[in-house]
Design a protein around this ligand. Structure first.
Ligand code: PMP
Length: 438
């Protein structure tokens, strides 16, 4: 006779890992075609580089020698020719050469999306109870990983120029006065067109942020984790130089970038320039995960960078998204411009309706008067669903910082996948829901 078995005893790590609420929102959009999703952070389907990828792949696979190399296992650190190119690419974006970073291609690794390097870097530095400083609000998939690790998250305020240096300094002072400085391992920033707010850290503040992190690296080195996922999707003006630029000896800033946003997320390939001392521990850990990301894709991307197909795609995307961003800002002005207006700004601003004006990326952060509750169980979300539009409730983007109360009156709007017409109509429906939920 068989009897039912008891449940599995999940690890503490697994038990700490919670479902990403965004999954529900995506499913809603897929199952209801009349719903306009301003929630999805996906890149736009029609822009995906199908022909460029087909051509590069065809060329690669029709050369017997190259094809065999690409179809064999690669190395844990990634395809050498690609890493050389990526280092030059990162330096070029800063108007520099690799020597200005004191870096070689050995300090660059290729990963399975930039999510993998964010995870692995955190895994090799953070014990349960250690502190990671993150922006308020922050990128929720990364803060989900922090929950998995059992990290304590302490947050720093931003304004429309990104992290406020004085607030970062004050937070470090506070943590030090609590005797907790030895627990601080990472300062994480998504410093270009941030997910979720669209805010970019200003050029002036970059050296100051780097200097503060360096200053509080007293008994151990604190990693400044610069997640530049949206850096190349800049539609207005020049993107400021990286924070990495202010680490000329390659000591304490890890710069992570990805092919997901500027090229194709289905290739799931990211990369990082790492402080030299972290390369080996990262590779050991990545070796345990997968001993190398998909080799064929790395060969494909090296060829796409060499042929100019990558650069062409980035400039095509920037033109395309610039129109969509303009459409969203115009629609917000038209439908919500007169709705209890407040000071423009981001997380630090108080009172009234206001939204960010991103110069790139895929997101606008809309803040409503404080009496609104944008949560999924609240009346506004229900009204928005009834009107036929969804958004990401802002509360999902605030990591659990035990010292702060989570604001519930903001939302993330994305102009990634909606068409220009849908952006206009989606914002119109949203404004109707907001007026209804008042
Ligand atoms: N960082 C940020 C800020 C992101 O928005 C994303 C994707 N949503 C990633 C990292 C990870 O993307 P990928 O793993 O596809 O490179």
């Amino acid at each position: 006779m068989t009897h039912s078995l008891p449940s599995f005893a999940l690890s503490e790590r697994a038990a700490r890992t919670v479902e990403q609420p965004i999954g529900y929102l995506m499913a809603q959009a897929v199952s209801n075609p009349n719903l306009i999703s301003l929630a999805a952070g996906l890149v736009d389907y029609p822009t995906l580089p199908t022909q460029a990828v087909e051509q590069v792949l065809h060329e690669l696979l029709s050369d017997e020698v190259k094809a065999r190399l690409a179809l064999q296992y690669g190395t844990t650190e990634g395809f050498a020719a690609l890493r050389v190119r990526l280092l030059e690419h990162m330096a070029h974006l800063d108007g520099l050469t690799p020597a200005d970073f004191s870096a070689t291609a050995d300090d660059v690794i290729v990963t399975t999306g930039s999510q993998q390097i964010l995870f692995v870097l955190t895994d090799i530095l953070v014990n349960p109870g250690d502190i990671v400083i993150a922006e308020w609000p922050s990128y929720f998939v990364y803060t989900g990983a922090l929950a998995t690790m059992g990290a304590q998250v302490r947050c720093v305020d931003m304004d429309e120029e990104g992290i406020i240096p004085e607030a970062l300094e004050a937070l470090f002072q506070q943590i030090e006065s609590e005797g907790q400085l030895p627990r601080v391992k990472i300062v994480y920033t998504c410093d270009y067109h941030q997910n979720p707010t669209g805010i970019t850290l200003s050029a002036d503040r970059r050296p100051r942020i780097a200097e503060i992190v360096r200053k509080y690296s007293k008994k151990h080195r604190i990693l400044l984790l610069e997640d530049a996922a949206y850096r190349e999707l800049t539609y207005e003006g020049d993107a400021p130089p990286s924070i990495k630029r202010h680490d000329p000896r390659n000591e304490f800033v890890a710069l992570t970038q990805t092919f997901s946003k500027p090229f194709a997320p289905g290739l799931k390939t990211g990369y990082a320039l790492l402080p030299r001392d972290l390369v080996e521990p990262v590779l050991l850990q990545k070796g345990s995960h997968d001993f190398g990301s998909v080799n064929l894709v790395q060969h494909l991307l090296a060829a796409a960078m060499r042929s100019g197909a990558y650069a062409a795609q980035v400039s095509r995307l920037c033109g395309h998204y610039a129109h969509k961003r303009d459409a969203m800002l115009k629609a917000l002005e038209e439908h919500l411009g007169d709705f209890e207006p407040g000071a423009s700004g981001a997380s630090g601003a108080s009172g009234g309706t206001h939204w960010t004006h991103p110069r790139g990326g895929l997101y606008v952060w809309l803040t409503l008067p404080e009496r609104f509750d944008t949560g999924m169980a609240g009346p506004l979300f229900k009204a928005a669903m009834a009107e036929g539009v969804i958004y990401v409730p802002g509360a999902f983007c605030y990591p659990g910082d035990a010292t702060r109360a989570t604001p519930t009156h903001a939302m993330r709007l994305s102009f990634g996948t909606a068409t220009i017409e849908q952006i206009h109509e989606g914002v119109r429906r949203l404004a109707a829901a907001i007026r209804r939920a008042t």
